[in-house]
Write a protein that binds this ligand. Structure first.
Ligand SMILES: *Cc1c(COP(=O)(O)O)cnc(C)c1O
Length: 386
């Protein structure tokens, strides 16, 4: 074995951070309001300081409006959206419990994978990527399978499809099951309607519809689910994601569980305030309007959306790649020449769709027109004739 000589690299090789300017028109992370960047630079206090406890309380309150819940508990997991997903699975799935997943995209596959690791007995209702589940077929499947927990993805970021949850929640409650809804992409950009839909456990992230940097996962938990959790006798297999401990720390005793990432909580509080000041319904409406402008624009270019009208996520569009166009080259050109980031498809949709987010500060008619102009130019240079 040869000894590895450790040389100290000259510091000139590490210039000050100067990230390139980007228009984040992808599925996330999305653009961050300057007020949120300011919040990130505020001095930290101790994580058990009364000031920080107040910040956590403010966030819980502001989250109620965003999720659409008056009776549910809201809290924040220190981790990205996937941490919220894992918290939902770890806490509400006991080993051997029957866990039903509506599987129509990448993130329902991730939920499946987590449920298997938590030793659930998983049953899946599968559909091709981009399709959604009808009320009757969803309810029938649940009544037949009688699961203990049902999971679906409200806004499936890998396909652009929006899954309504009311029929799923109704049927699940009829058989005594709890419902987990992945609201990672929907929260902040469109109505989640937690109470009205009947969701028991919802998790999200900060870097998509909330226009905040990545790092936290807001959750909402119904009183039914809280009662179920309190009655659970088997230990949750994840200590870090144990919601009873986190709920106690963040809303009841404020006793140390883990050191919350203070600066990210500041950022989330500010992002939620930016949203509250606009008015959450105005924000949803702004996103809906921009979605319509976007769809009209791409259709005028002869392009088609992957998801049928009525089932589209207004904030995340999957646009079919035209024949004979290399989507990776279009994306590279957009990034290099206009500083625009969009995403491609993956899994069964690899090479077939662009995933284009119109969210947060970018959701204005002017920005959509700017995007359409650059998109049309990049496509044309790559051989598409409009
Ligand atoms: C992004 C996303 C996740 C995962 O969130 P991370 O913040 O990347 O961990 C889960 N579900 C959906 C629907 C998503 O879009």
């Amino acid at each position: 074995m040869s000894a590895i000589k450790q040389e100290v690299a000259p510091l000139e090789l590490f210039p000050p951070l100067q990230p390139p300017g980007r228009y984040l028109f992808g599925p996330g992370p999305t653009m961050v309001d300057p007020r949120v960047y300011d919040a990130l630079s505020k001095p930290i206090v101790g994580h058990l300081d009364a000031y920080f406890i107040q910040v956590m309380g403010d966030i819980q309150q502001l989250l109620r409006t965003a999720f659409g819940t008056s009776h549910g508990a809201t809290l924040v997991i220190s981790g990205t959206g996937s941490a919220g997903m894992e918290a939902a699975v770890a806490n509400f799935v006991e080993p051997e419990a029957k866990f039903m997943v509506f599987a129509n995209g990448y993130f329902s596959d991730r939920i499946t994978e987590m449920a298997k690791r938590h030793a659930a007995q998983v049953v899946r209702f599968e559909k091709p990527w981009g399709e959604t589940f009808g009320d009757d077929e969803a309810a029938e499947f649940i009544r037949r399978e009688k699961p203990k927990v049902v999971a679906y993805v409200h806004a499936e970021t890998s396909t652009g499809a929006l899954q309504p949850g009311t029929a799923i929640c109704g049927a699940a409650h009829d058989v005594g099951a709890l419902v987990i809804a992945d609201c990672v992409t929907s929260l902040g950009g469109l109505a989640v309607d937690f109470d009205q839909t009947g969701i028991d456990v919802a998790y999200s992230c900060t870097q998509k519809g909330l226009s905040c940097p990545p790092g936290l996962s807001p959750m909402a938990i119904s009183s039914r689910a809280m009662d179920w959790l309190r009655a659970r006798t088997s230990l949750v297999r994840s200590w870090y994601l144990d919601l009873k401990l986190i709920h106690d720390y963040s809303t009841v005793s404020h006793r140390y569980h883990h050191t919350a990432p203070i600066s990210m909580f500041y950022a989330l509080r500010e992002a939620l305030l930016v949203i509250a000041q606009e008015g959450i319904e105005n924000r949803w409406e702004r996103h809906r309007r921009c979605h319509q402008v976007f769809v009209k624009g791409v259709e005028a270019m002869g392009l088609r959306l992957h998801v049928p009208v009525g089932y589209r996520i207004p904030t995340l569009n999957t646009v079919g790649v035209p024949k004979d166009v290399d989507e990776a080259k279009v994306r590279k050109r957009l990034l290099d020449e206009a500083g625009i980031e969009v995403a491609g498809g993956f899994g069964p949709l690899a090479g077939k769709v662009f995933r284009i987010g119109v969210m947060g500060p970018l959701a204005t008619e002017e920005n959509v027109q700017f995007f359409l102009k650059e998109f049309s130019r990049a496509l044309t240079v790559e051989g598409y004739s409009i």
